[in-house]
Design a protein around this ligand. Structure first.
Ligand SMILES: Cc1cc2nc3c(=O)[nH]c(=O)nc-3n(C[C@H](O)[C@H](O)[C@H](O)COP(=O)(O)O)c2cc1C
Length: 358
């Protein structure tokens, strides 16, 4: 049982890696080319130090926040990631059930191995449950060169399919063979179309933005948010680590130019989510201090599933929630809104090095 011996996400990942075997663990854990961005995503958090404020009443910290119009227990949710069933037969149903019991949001991949109806039904006991937002992946005009996938091959194991993908003849595929990607998609044609076909009750978020200029472009459309993401290092290797890209993107979303564009649409600023490399509650704290409203993770629920199905996912969420709460208390922050760059310093000149206030 993961409960007794797994005290960190790293423990869960090690356990999962053993259980998944070479082909599937490399598919999940690795990414594009030399894995420089995969590793940088995690390492970037170590460059920041949290400077605690002391003798504040932290007996009652509130870790909750609101995302997709719904209150969640802490600023963390699951990114959409393909094929949860390769980790456990319960697949996305196990993930959904664990997420809803913990009161957090979950993204569902187009390449999920359970139907959208069954996935949402597994979350039906959560307050305000339902599909609230479209997370549209915008960093994949083509799939990145993932060497482990090229070497090992990756496909759906026997008996699994992609029930939310429908072929022209009405069947559901069990491989990626007929996937067609339109690499000609552009902001100026795609965004107006996307907005026109999305029911107004669904928020639109663009997932996979790294550049502040793209944040400004996104601000000029009636969408709710962006997820600063490099696809967990699976697309362009040597793209910046997420924590390196975040400050400029968060500043762009709050810039006078972006706010002017938003006010013309009658909207408040774009919300800023991130994913990539989050492994500890303190990572979530640091991302919020650098301007994120919300953090997501793609691999964590898959590792949890591999270790112990739904219970493993629940354990992973609880580890992160507890770590986040402890970090808030020790940093002297009583609510999520109090987490700002005032709590943060960056290490310069290697480790150990000189720390500079932001
Ligand atoms: C196995 C796997 C499958 C993924 N499938 C998708 C997908 O179908 N669509 C998508 O937008 N992102 C996909 N992603 C990327 C995640 O949404 C997310 O951006 C990434 O995992 C974040 O990094 P992290 O795993 O370090 O948290 C996938 C990631 C993994 C590890």
């Amino acid at each position: 049982m993961s409960k007794e011996k797994d005290f960190t996400i790293r423990d869960i990942r090690e356990d999962a890696t053993k259980k998944l075997g070479k082909v599937h663990s490399e598919y999940i854990n690795e990414g594009a080319m030399g894995l420089i961005t995969v590793q940088a995503n995690e390492l970037a958090y170590n460059r920041y130090r949290i400077i605690p404020r002391i003798l504040r009443d932290v007996s009652n910290v509130d870790t909750s926040t609101t995302i997709f119009g719904t209150k969640v227990t802490f600023p963390f949710g699951f990114s959409p990631a393909a094929m949860h069933m390769i980790a456990h037969p319960s697949g996305e149903i196990g993930t959904s059930s664990a997420a809803s019991k913990a009161g957090i949001a979950m993204g569902v991949s187009h390449w999920a191995t359970k139907s959208m109806e069954d996935i949402i039904a597994a979350g039906k006991n959560a307050e305000g449950y339902g599909y609230k937002a479209l997370l549209v992946t915008v960093d994949a005009p083509i799939i990145g060169r993932r060497l482990s996938e090229l070497r090992n091959g990756i496909g759906l194991p026997e008996g699994m399919s992609f029930p939310n993908v429908v072929e022209d003849d009405g069947s559901t595929p069990n491989n990626f063979k007929n996937t067609v990607r339109d690499a000609s998609t552009q902001f100026s044609t795609f965004l107006p179309w996307l907005v026109s076909v999305t029911p107004p009750t669904m928020e639109i978020w663009l997932k996979g933005i790294y550049h502040p200029e793209d944040v400004l472009l996104a601000s000029s459309y009636p969408i709710a948010g962006i997820i600063v993401s490099n696809h967990g290092g699976r697309q362009l290797d040597t793209a910046p680590a997420i924590l390196e890209a975040l400050p400029a993107c968060a500043a762009a979303a709050r810039s006078p130019h972006a706010l002017h564009l938003r006010s013309k649409l009658g909207l408040s600023r774009l919300k800023v989510g991130i994913d990539g490399g989050i492994r500890r509650g303190s990572d979530i704290f640091k991302a919020l201090a650098l301007g994120a409203d919300m953090c997501f993770a793609g691999r964590i629920p898959i590792w949890g599933l591999a270790v112990d199905g739904e219970d493993g996912v629940s354990r992973a969420i609880e580890i992160l929630r507890q770590e986040f709460e402890v970090t808030m208390m020790l940093a002297g922050c009583i609510s999520v809104g109090e987490i700002t760059k005032e709590s943060l310093a960056v290490v310069e000149g290697g480790v150990p090095g000189i720390i500079s206030r932001l």
